[in-house]
Every structure is written in C-alpha cells, then in structure tokens.
Design a protein around this ligand. Structure first.
Ligand code: NI
Length: 167
C-alpha cells in the first residue's frame, strides 16, 4: 500500500468529472486500498479518487469512531433523497476550512462493492453527508462551491497565504 498525495483547492484537477469504473480489477482494488490508507493517515472520514488525481468513480468512507468500518463505493449513485440537514463540513483538499453546507438528511445510494456486487444502502446522519460530499468530488465539485462567492474568495486567499508560508 502507499500514501497518495492529496490535491488542494483550488487545483483545477479537482474540477474534473470522474469516469465510471467498468471493471473491478487489481488496479481498482489497489487504488481503494491506497485511498483508505491515505484517508486514515490524514486523518479524514472520506476520500474520493478525484482528490488523489485519479479520475475514476471510487470513494472510501469510514465514519466509525474506532476507524474499523471501511466502506468502498464504486460508481456510487444517489437514487433517493429526503429531508434537509445543515452541518459543518471540512475537506482534506481544503485544509483548515470548515463551513455550513445544506445537504439531504437521508440518501439511498446504489453502488458496486469491491467484488463487483451491486449494493443499495440507505444512510442518514454523518454517513449521508459524507456520501453526498464525496460524490460531489467525483462530479468535480468541492464543498466550498456550495458557499457564497464572497466566502469562496476569502477561502482562496487564506489557502494561498498558507501555501506561501509552507512552500
Ligand atoms: Ni472533500
């Protein structure tokens, strides 16, 4: 396994739309394993392949406190959603920035697992938010895209300053 570098907003590669996975082979299994390792190390609760500059529809999530409940979603698609939830979100691609985002409270997601089996999962709470956040990444969207233009400008400035200090 290997740690993968995470792209940082406003890197234009975060805007790419990921392509569907049509065959779950060793390359995809290895990608999922590397993404999981990268997510745990960060540490974070979710990571989309887009964030490690691989533009395929693969997401890893673990919202458990013990960090022992990894979920891998291949070609995830929200087929049903209900309710409204506003929660504070952050992102490994937007370090140090947290803001409120409006999401659906419950989602039903259809996806393939690592064995290529079709699965359907009904999620709510943090898992539902995380699924929506990661699918956004696959569609080239970062959570700050949900915020006002004013806030987005402030975030860009703040991250540019951070990059200058750490570069
Ligand atoms: Ni994110």
């Amino acid at each position: 396994m290997a740690l993968l570098p995470i792209l940082r907003f406003p890197d234009p590669r975060l805007k790419k739309v990921a392509a569907a996975v049509n065959k779950i082979d060793d390359g995809i299994r290895r990608l999922a394993a590397d993404m999981a390792e990268t997510m745990y190390e960060a540490p974070g609760i979710g990571l989309a392949a887009t964030q490690v500059d691989v533009h395929r529809r693969v997401v890893v999530i673990d919202v458990s406190e013990e960090k022992n409940a990894l979920q891998v979603f291949i070609n995830p698609e929200i087929v049903e959603e209900a309710g409204l939830a506003i929660g504070e979100e952050g992102c490994l691609s937007v370090p140090g920035i947290y803001d409120k985002v409006e999401r659906s409270e419950q989602v039903t997601v259809r996806y393939l697992d690592l064995d290529g089996k079709a699965q359907t999962l009904k999620a709510d709470g943090l898992l539902a938010v995380c699924i929506q956040h990661e699918i956004d990444h696959l569609n080239g969207k970062v959570f700050v895209d949900h915020l006002s233009t004013l806030k987005q400008g402030r975030i860009r400035n703040k991250l540019a300053k951070q990059a200058r200090v750490t570069a």
